[in-house]
Design a binder for this molecule. Structure first.
Ligand code: FAD
Length: 448
């Protein structure tokens, strides 16, 4: 830490913190969902937190970091799951939270500073009649820069696919970590050089994304006698292109009891679906549910649902905060032995494989499905709840899932190279040589 006094002196005038409580807080993310990562990352700490207010300050920090050869870890909301924002080798933590402005807004397209949260962006877009196409269930805390660098999909993916799909991110501005930092604009498929790259390839300072026309999203919980019927509904409803929808999440009957107050809305032993559907078309959704023996047990109009999300009003909070990896968070609160996996089902026979997996593992693996539309086809992925016993058993479960025809992306590793199907097929190591020539960014995350 010999470099620290010189670095802090050079950064005079910027917002800096190095007290132990802030260092601990800003050195963590949600790696503790994984018992393996918990063992490996619990004690990692940065040496100093710097919070720039604008791009000029980011460039100043980048120059000082390059000159002093300090390590640097970029941080958005710190909601990543694989220790992505955890500094493995100490150094500077660059907290992007104060770069939170809407830079420009045109019909169908918006440019945002990287530290803006997805919720605040949607609040700014709502009066103009636009919305983000999709956001993670951590919408409230997750920044758009952190989503691009660390995320994948979320509420809205049932209509708009995933971040790595062509056109999902139109452009990013990236500050390089050099003695004389540059701002590089990546557009079109070049964006993939920083997509899901865990912040090893320059500091993203702004993000341009396509927008969707805003809808009034009603929320519903529908219950079904079995997971098989609920999954068949999820598929049929997501395939119903004429109905605007934002979320289609399906739960094994054993999961709702782990979801606190919202779980209590589901009668015992029933499978469930949480759905966000365009309010005027909600009746059409209910008809499709009826064809699969589904009954609506909870509904909330769009106004109330928006006020739950935007203002935190109401008893339940927004229902998307029970889906995607929020399901694991709720389950972990009640059972610390729970962990999770990331599983994708091929569109050709996704429901067949879902049924195979559901009947294979008993209580050890419990499925919740997130339906998605990609490249004109509907399929689902899952973040199954897994009861952890040993590392060996966890890897056996992964092997068995793959043998049953599912694809697993291992969330129990902090190394980008091991990220399985979530890795982006782009020249990311080559771009690192340009954006981070001294290899100071998030060291240890990109092994190759
Ligand atoms: P951080 O955790 O701060 O950072 C993530 C990575 O991006 C780190 O490697 C960091 O170094 C890098 N980074 C951050 N900002 C920048 C920047 N400006 N420039 C360069 N690199 C940067 N993910 C999903 O995709 N979908 C979900 O639905 C979802 N649900 C979740 C639910 C829960 C309960 C939890 C804990 C996590 C969930 N996640 C989900 C993971 C995570 O919330 C998202 O990926 C989120 O978008 C990360 O944003 P963040 O701002 O918190 O990023």
């Amino acid at each position: 830490m010999d470099y620290l006094p010189a670095l802090i002196a050079e950064l005079g005038g910027l917002e800096i913190a190095d007290d132990p409580a802030t260092l601990r807080l800003k050195s963590r993310d949600f790696f503790w969902f994984s018992p393996l990562l918990k063992r490996q990352l619990e004690d990692c700490r940065g040496d100093v937190v710097v919070r720039p207010r604008n791009i000029e300050e980011v460039m100043k920090i980048a120059a000082v970091v390059a000159k002093t050869r300090s390590k640097i870890t970029v941080r958005g909301g710190g909601t990543g799951n694989y220790g992505q924002a955890v500094p493995l080798e100490g150094g500077v933590i660059l907290d992007m939270g104060a770069l939170d402005r809407v830079i420009s807004l045109e019909p169908g397209v918006g440019t945002f500073e990287a530290g803006a949260t997805m919720l605040e962006i949607d609040k700014a877009l709502a009066p103009k009649g636009w919305e983000l196409r999709f956001y993670p269930s951590t919408r409230k805390q997750a920044t758009i820069g952190g989503f691009v660098a660390g995320g994948a999909a979320g509420a809205g993916s049932c209509t708009w696919g995933q971040l790595s799909d062509p056109g999902a991110v139109l452009a990013v501005d990236v500050v390089t970590i050099e003695e004389e930092p540059r701002v590089m604009t990546l557009e079109g498929s070049d964006v993939r050089k920083v997509l899901h790259a865990y912040g090893v390839n320059g500091v993203i300072v702004s993000v341009t994304v396509p927008l969707a026309p805003a809808h009034t999203w009603a929320e519903k919980i529908v219950v079904f006698p079995t997971l098989e019927e609920a999954a068949a509904f999820g598929q049929a409803f997501t395939e119903a292109d004429g109905i605007a929808k934002k979320l289609v999440s399906v739960f094994d009957p054993r999961i709702p009891p782990k979801l606190g107050r919202v779980g209590k809305l589901v009668p015992e032993g029933k499978a469930a679906a949480i759905v966000m559907v365009s309010e005027p078309q909600a009746g059409a959704m209910t008809e499709i549910a009826g064809l699969h023996n589904g009954d609506v047990v909870f509904e909330r109009g769009a106004k109330e649902a928006e006020s739950a999300a935007f203002e935190g009003h109401g008893t339940y909070g927004p229902l998307y905060e029970y889906t995607w990896n929020h399901t694991t968070l709720h389950a972990l609160k009640r059972d610390p032995a729970i962990t999770y996996l990331q599983v994708k089902f091929p569109p050709e026979n996704n429901l067949e494989i879902v049924n195979r997996v559901a009947s294979e593992f008993g209580d050890e693996v419990q499925l919740h499905l997130e339906f998605q539309r990609r490249f004109g086809r509907v399929t689902c992925s899952a973040l199954p709840l897994v009861t952890y016993s040993t590392d060996e058993r966890l890897y056996e479960v992964i092997e068995r899932l793959e043998a049953l025809g599912a694809q697993v992306s291992n969330p129990h590793t902090y190394v980008l190279d091991n990220a399985g199907w979530k890795r982006v097929d782009a020249p990311q190591p080559e771009f690192k040589r340009i954006a981070d020539p001294h290899a100071l960014m998030n060291p240890g995350k990109l092994v190759s």
